[in-house]
Ligand binder design. Structure first.
Ligand SMILES: [Zn+2]
Length: 350
């Protein structure tokens, strides 16, 4: 994928420019329409690539500039889901949301993100990563009147995700990420069929595969939920042993400013670790030294050649300048640790 030691990456989203969508809100409506919207999305994607490159991000993403939401936009492109027919459900047991209804067999009539990924590919020679929602997180944002089985619906989505992922790979995507925050909530289902559905979504890919599991964006409902989790967040303890034995190559987790005990990383020993060294809930920009400190502590539990410094989650809800400055902090902090590792390698040789 890349020979850089400690290649930096972001989890997914970046704030969109205010001329494209209203800033600092989720599901923010587009400010443009028709051909102008299509052109605006591409210009925003170009800007996202430019900012990542110039601020030292090694694995480049689209910043999710062409999608309104990391789950909803994918589902909107599928048959079998009625967006007019909405019901209120609990999302991840945390907050109520009005969601679309599954009314028939789900299928993907045409590729969803493949043209956007090909466009991203043309913008940079750096390795590129594309994020898709995971099957279990997808079913959790829907009301199902057709399959009436969360497992069955997740399996159908896994098959669809696999079709999309194979075409993303053919379009030149180096790393394909599945976002599964639901793995931090529905432990029984995750063990019974969630991991299997994720592996089905990733089946047969040559691209490197990532699963991103987090505690959510820094929005109020998530922050209130986090406040109930106590001083030690051990949710990863449920998924990590299973992921360690899974076919997925990389596990993306949050760490900086979170209450996740770092020694839990030991449970995925052997896998690559995309470590959240940037908090996405606060507007304070980390110092390079803070980032370096988080990475140093993680290196007790992950080999340096398997560590990918990253953000805790997507940055869509942040002010744009804050998000960009956090990219710079991530790269600068990583630079400190790279230099230390290079120094100790020289010392060992001597
Ligand atoms: Zn996340």
């Amino acid at each position: 994928m890349t020979n850089t030691l400690l290649p930096t990456s972001i989890v997914g989203s970046l704030p969109k420019p205010s001329w494209l969508a209203r800033p600092e809100v989720l599901w923010s409506p587009w400010e443009l329409e028709g051909a102008t919207l299509a052109e605006g999305k591409h210009d925003a994607l170009r800007a996202a690539v430019h900012e990542q490159s110039r601020r030292g991000i090694d694995i480049v993403s689209d910043g999710e500039q062409t999608r309104q939401h990391f789950v909803t936009t994918f589902i909107e492109h599928l048959d079998g889901v009625d967006f007019e027919n909405r019901e209120t459900v609990r999302i991840r047991d945390r907050y109520d949301a009005s969601v679309p209804t599954v009314v028939g067999a789900v299928s993907r009539r045409r590729p969803v993100f493949v043209d956007d990924a090909a466009f991203l590919r043309r913008q940079t020679d750096q390795p590129i990563k594309w994020a898709l929602p995971g099957p279990m997180t997808m079913i959790d944002t829907l009301s199902d009147r057709h399959y009436r089985s969360r497992e069955k619906l997740a399996w159908e989505f896994a098959i669809i995700l696999n079709q999309e992922a194979r075409e993303l790979e053919a379009a030149g995507v180096d790393i394909i990420q599945f976002d599964e925050p639901a793995f931090n909530v529905f432990f029984d289902e995750m063990k019974d069929w969630g991991i299997a559905a994720l592996e089905r979504a990733a089946e047969g890919l040559r691209a490197e595969t990532v699963v991103h599991i987090c505690y959510g964006y820094g929005i109020e409902a998530n922050n209130a939920w986090k406040a109930t989790l106590g001083s030690e967040w051990r949710q990863y303890e449920e998924s990590f042993p299973l992921l360690q034995r899974s076919t997925i190559d990389v596990v993306s987790l949050e760490s900086h400013h979170s209450h996740v005990p770092l020694d839990l990383i030991e449970l995925i020993r052997g896998k690559k670790v995309m470590l959240g060294a940037i908090d996405v809930a606060g507007h304070d920009v980390e110092t390079p030294e803070e980032v370096a400190d988080t990475l140093r502590r993680a290196l007790e539990f992950v080999d340096a050649d398997k560590l990918i410094p990253s953000t805790n989650c997507g940055m869509a809800p942040l002010p744009r300048q804050v998000a960009f400055d956090k990219l710079s902090a991530l790269a600068a902090g990583t630079g400190i640790v790279r230099a230390e590792l290079a120094g100790s390698a020289v010392a060992t040789v001597r």
